[in-house]
Structure formats: structure tokens, C-alpha cells
Unconditional design. Structure first.
Length: 310
């Protein structure tokens, strides 16, 4: 019979395309991994890999077996989760992904609450872009992730958490008053600073400004950065303007060199949600986590609403 170990090794080989890197990812020696793959091939009676000097390629049947192996491995992880997490919500290990434009602003609010209310929770965090988070959830590498909705994946389920409005961040020297409402047409597109490609916040900003073609063709002085903090430093230095989520405003407004203007109604924003595999047995955990997020952000939104946007 084939084993879960063999399927894990095949999955790693499919991801890395190299025996050495796959063995390292599985914390085994390369000969041990290679032997298990050969045993798998003998049991199945087919070649799953094409061995070449320096790398490896899965055969057509190997790719299909690797795809089906992912389903088996995910089901086995869900079975273990079901057995381990029956004593109460948010106990044991939970792997959580967060998009970069959310993590530094939301995590400091929710982590103390999680630690005090769920001391038996062993939280492991990963910060990366939406596309990778979705793939990691589908493969079982992550239990859940917090990101911008919607997610058009049939095997993914979601819990809506909160609405995160956008503000326009400008240098403090900008002549507009902090009570001003700004229309998309009033934003100087040549000075718009965005996150680099792959960040959902970049796409949302482009959609609001309706300038995707002009920005991507290189019109004007448009910078790209890998973090929102870097973008804000560029705004503070007078290099341009940007759209910033409201949840980030309390942190970024500490810099006296910037100020924030609200946008005209209907104000643009993003919907933040918790996403996870539809088949996961840990829905009670995700519901409890969602309540903690809603509580912490609810207080933040109330405070932000009572302030002027600067």
C-alpha cells in the first residue's frame, strides 16, 4: 500500500522540482526521499517522475497523482484537526496567513486578546500576498488567512470581518483642508504611489482611480514599494500621494509630515474576511477568531470615526 509519507514526498517534489530541495523541505536526506518515490512507483506500477541531470520533472501521470495526493493529504490533516481540537475553541496549533497591508496594523490589536483568552493556542503566522495565501490554504499549509474579499475559489469558505475604508494620504504641506472630500478625478495620477504588482491594495487603488492603463504604462512619476510603510515614507518625503486603509491610519498618522483626507461618497474601501478550506473541521475556531477580530476592529473604527481624518 502507498503511504502518506510517500505522498508528502511526492507533493514536495512537485512543488520544488528538485530532489535536494524537496528533501530539505521534508527534513530528510535526498537518498531517503528518492527511495520512497521509487517505492511509490513500484507500488503504482507507473513512473511518476522523469529523472534528469540537475532537476526532475513529473510525468503526465505523475502530475495527476500529485494533484490527487494533495486531496488525500489535506483530508488527513483535517482528520487530525478534528481529533485534536475537540476540547474547546482555539487550542493547539493554528497556522494563520495575513496580507502585508493588514498584518502590521491588525495583529498588534488581536494578539494580546488571543493570548489572554486562549492561552492554549499555538499561533503560527505567515505574511505574504493573497495568491500565495490561497494556494497555501488549499494545500493545507495554512489553516486560515485574513485578506481582502471576495475570493473566487469553490473550495474556500469565508467569514466577513469588517469594512476598511480608504483615505487619501498626502504630505502635510498639501493645501487642502483636512475636512475636504476628495474625488477620484482630483487625485494627481502622476504622483500616485502604489505597492508593487501582486498586492491586492494596488489593484484596489487602481480600480478606484480608474487609471490602470496609464499607471502601468509608466505615465508620470509612479513608484512601487513592497510595504505600506515604505509608501508612507515616500508620501511624508513629498514624493506623492497614496490610498491607505483606515485600519492603518492610527499608526501612520503619528508622522506629522502626512495628513489624511476622506474620499467622496460612496467612499471606496475593501472588505476584510477570514478564509479557510470549506472541508476544514475547525470552523468553531475560525468563528471564535473572527469574533476577536471584530471586537478589536470595532473599537478602532469607532475611534477613527470620531476623529478628523488627520
Amino acid at each position: 500500500m502507498i503511504t502518506l509519507r510517500q505522498l508528502r514526498y511526492l507533493s514536495a517534489l512537485a512543488r520544488h522540482g528538485h530532489f535536494g530541495r524537496a528533501a530539505e523541505a521534508c527534513s530528510v536526506t535526498q537518498p531517503a526521499l528518492s527511495m520512497q518515490i521509487r517505492d511509490l512507483e513500484r507500488t503504482l506500477g507507473v513512473a511518476v517522475v522523469e529523472r534528469r541531470p540537475g532537476d526532475v520533472m513529473l510525468t503526465d501521470v505523475g502530475r495527476e497523482i500529485a494533484r490527487r495526493a494533495e486531496d488525500v493529504l489535506t483530508a488527513s490533516r483535517d482528520l487530525v484537526d478534528f481529533a485534536r481540537h475537540r476540547s474547546g475553541p482555539l487550542t493547539g496549533r493554528l497556522t494563520l496567513g495575513v496580507i502585508p497591508s493588514l498584518a502590521p496594523y491588525l495583529l498588534p490589536r488581536i494578539l494580546p486578546l488571543l493570548q489572554s483568552r486562549f492561552p492554549e493556542l499555538q499561533l503560527e503566522l505567515r505574511e505574504t500576498q493573497t495568491r500565495q495565501l490561497i494556494e497555501d490554504i488549499k494545500s493545507g499549509a495554512l489553516d486560515a488567512a485574513m485578506l481582502a474579499l471576495p475570493v473566487a475559489e469553490p473550495e474556500i469558505d469565508t467569514i466577513a470581518l469588517f469594512e476598511d475604508l480608504f483615505l487619501l494620504a498626502v504630505p502635510a504641506s498639501d493645501p487642502r483642508k483636512e475636512t475636504a472630500r476628495v474625488a477620484a478625478a482630483d487625485i494627481d495620477q502622476s504622483r500616485l504611489i502604489l505597492l508593487e504588482d501582486g498586492h491586492c491594495l494596488r489593484d484596489q487603488a487602481l480600480a478606484f482611480c480608474a487609471t490602470a492603463t496609464r499607471v502601468r504604462s509608466g505615465a508620470g512619476t509612479v513608484f512601487g514599494a513592497s510595504s505600506l510603510n515604505t509608501v508612507m515614507q515616500m508620501v511624508a518625503g513629498g514624493y506623492g500621494v497614496t490610498l491607505i486603509p483606515q485600519i492603518a491610519a492610527d499608526v501612520e498618522r503619528r508622522d506629522a509630515r502626512v495628513k489624511f483626507l476622506r474620499l467622496e461618497n460612496p467612499q471606496p474601501g475593501r472588505s476584510i474576511g477570514l478564509v479557510f478550506r470549506r472541508t476544514s473541521p475547525r470552523k468553531a475556531d475560525f468563528a471564535a477568531l473572527g469574533e476577536v477580530v471584530k471586537e478589536s476592529v470595532g473599537e478602532t473604527v469607532a475611534k477613527s470615526t470620531n476623529k478628523k481624518p488627520g
